[in-house]
Ligand binder design. Structure first.
Ligand code: BMA
Length: 366
């Protein structure tokens, strides 16, 4: 297994203050991309898994991980989520206690891993959830001069307060999948100018107004074929972005076999990655698969048969698969909403084979 203790590269340098911490993350990512061996990431990996939940058990040990239980090592990248922080909630959108999120992020960082943070805030105009696309005025309403601007700056402040309290360098990935149509900041919900203004307002608030150091800024559209032209106008500019990535999932239609769906996914991935990694390289940015996966992992050979051939030959710095729900409540329940194997799941052997292939890096279990 090509397991890697990133501590010597990321943690020690950053802790000793030898270099700007965000540069350390970028150095590790650039090396991984150049070598063609991406880091593996998993959303909420230390928070819960198929049969356990740190928040429900008030467990601060962070010794459990479905990836550890199957591959023998932790994922190198830990994805965490802040939805709900804007309202001062105790639990995030997925039921994780923010104190456990903070402690889990710090633990992963101490182990030498990289943390990436997403944010699915509620709709600031309607009060609906993050998927409420009933108004195309939500983004406009929070920009300077808008009726919700002041309120939204309070949301940014709550988010920044929490980030400051973690106190580690990390990848921040707000306003993602903005070329889709399912979040209030997506294409169709705002103009490109409004989207870019939202990004820059967020960036300037965190980095200039609050002076938070160590944030690596990642933008990750959700696109498939021939859609670079959708993304390009919704790119705030090189000075506000460090990582240009892509979110892309496998979906199987009813009339398709599992094999055909995976084959189609590989094709879509290779087109999408070629376009967006091309854009990233042209702009001097690091490329990552910020989200990837197949809900339910119906293909037992998905890791070596679909994911690996999708990434082959591209400068991918990390690839993160989404969360393994521990919830009993549909539609995001434990029997359907998972993206990494657990002991006994049908893709476990193939996952291990991929982790042992030398084509991906994990974080050594020390
Ligand atoms: C989605 C689903 C939701 C979750 C959201 C934010 O893809 O997993 O259940 O609330 O991400 O993590």
């Amino acid at each position: 297994m090509k397991a890697l203790n990133l501590l010597s590269i990321v943690g020690v340098l950053a802790l000793a203050g030898c270099a700007a911490p965000q540069n350390d993350i970028l150095t590790v990512l650039k090396t991984a991309a150049d070598e063609g061996t991406p880091l593996y990431g998993h959303q909420d990996d230390l928070m819960y898994g198929h049969t356990w939940n740190a928040t429900k058990e008030n467990d601060y040990s962070f010794k459990r991980s479905d990836v550890l239980a199957t591959a023998g090592d932790y994922p190198a990248v830990l994805g965490l989520e802040l939805g709900g922080i804007e309202l001062g909630n105790k639990l995030n959108i997925d039921g994780n206690d923010f104190d456990i999120i903070r402690a889990g992020a710090q633990k992963h960082y101490k182990r030498g891993g990289i943390v990436t943070i997403s944010w699915h805030p509620r709709n600031p105009l309607t009060g609906g959830d993050t998927w409420d696309v009933s108004s195309d005025k939500a983004v406009a309403s929070i920009l300077p001069g808008g009726e919700k601007h002041e309120m939204f700056m309070g949301w940014l402040a709550s988010c920044a307060d929490f980030i400051e309290s973690i106190g580690i360098p990390f990848i921040f990935r707000p306003w993602h999948e903005h070329t889709g149509d399912w979040f209030w900041w997506c294409d169709g919900m705002c103009t490109p100018e409004e989207y870019n203004a939202l990004w820059i307002m967020t960036y300037k608030y965190f980095t200039e107004e609050r002076g938070i150091k160590g944030i690596v800024w990642a933008i990750s559209p959700n696109i498939m074929e021939h859609s670079r032209e959708v993304f390009e106008p919704r790119y705030p500019g090189d000075e506000y972005v460090d990582i240009v990535g892509l979110d892309l999932y496998e979906f199987k239609s009813a009339d398709e076999t599992v094999e055909a769906a995976s084959e189609r996914y590989v094709q879509q991935m290779r087109v999408g990655i070629a376009e967006i990694s091309g854009f990233a390289v042209e702009h001097g940015k690091v490329f990552a698969m910020c989200e990837a996966g197949y809900e339910g992992l119906h293909d037992p050979n998905w890791w070596t048969g679909a994911l690996a051939p999708s990434l082959e030959g591209f400068p991918v710095s990390y690839v993160l698969t989404w969360r393994n729900s521990s919830s009993e409540i549909p539609p995001f329940d434990k029997d359907h909403h998972f993206y990494a194997p657990w002991p006994g799941q049908q893709s476990e052997a193939d996952f291990k084979a991929w982790c042992n292939s030398g084509k991906v890096k994990l974080l050594k279990n020390i």
